[in-house]
Design a protein around this ligand. Structure first.
Ligand code: CA
Length: 230
């Protein structure tokens, strides 16, 4: 365990509770109450993971997240969004903005740690380091690099892992639940439609290369990566 976790939360009681929870579990908790404070903290040290509140003074966690994902230095930081009960409707938008997961407040110490572990595990290499390729689509896990004839393809960690899994298991149909097991590792708190969001994001990223056709939706069953798309 361990690692530095940045908490971006303007409700100071919640911020303190989370920090105490993380420190008890052996993490270093860095606290920020605004985007400005978070940016200052990130300039000093790149956190291993960020807990980001949905509503922040003068802005939203989501617009900050978009900014983080647009910058080379910060685009890989795993981010768990913290949302209130009433924000439920925007969860998909959060995932689309690049969140790895979300937690609805209030949450327990146990749930917080389980989510953090799941996100960290998801980003860890479990699928081997051997490069895999189909046509001009090449995925190199060791270099965390995907290329095609059209150029380099940039993916966030979850889509990278998803594509890696699919490319190493071609022409087999996987249900959303199976993909959650294989790619997310611990899907206890993740909804099935999360898979659809990430598949959509993956297809968008592959579109310029034409390889998005390989990812087939199998009605009523799930998804399949085609070695030879029709
Ligand atoms: Ca807030």
């Amino acid at each position: 365990m361990g690692g530095a976790i940045l908490i971006v939360e303007d409700e100071l009681v919640t911020q303190r509770l989370i920090a105490a929870s993380l420190e008890r579990a052996g993490y270093q908790a860095i606290r920020a109450a605004s985007v400005e404070q978070a940016e200052a903290a990130i300039r000093e040290v790149l956190p291993d993971l960020m807990l980001l509140d949905w509503i922040l003074p003068g802005t939203t966690g989501m617009s900050f997240l978009r900014h983080l994902r647009s910058e080379r230095r910060t685009r890989e930081i795993p981010v768990i969004m913290l949302t209130g009960r009433s924000d439920e409707i925007d969860k998909v938008a959060g995932l689309e903005a690049g969140a790895d997961d979300y937690l609805t407040k209030p949450f327990s110490h146990r749930e917080l740690l389980a989510r953090i572990k799941a996100v960290v595990r998801r980003r860890a290499p479990l699928l081997g380091d051997e490069p895999v390729e189909f046509g001009d689509l090449k995925l190199d896990p060791a270099a965390h690099r995907i290329t095609a004839a059209s150029g380099k393809i940039s993916l966030w960690a979850t889509e990278f892992r998803l594509l890696h899994f699919l490319m190493t298991h071609p022409d087999r149909v996987y249900s959303r639940g199976q993909l959650l097991d294989e790619v997310w590792g611990d899907h206890v708190f993740v909804e099935d439609r999360t898979v659809d969001v990430h598949i959509r994001r993956l297809r968008q990223a592959l579109q310029p290369s034409g390889h998005e056709k390989r990812i087939e939706t199998v009605r009523g069953a799930g998804y399949c990566f085609r070695a030879n798309p029709g």
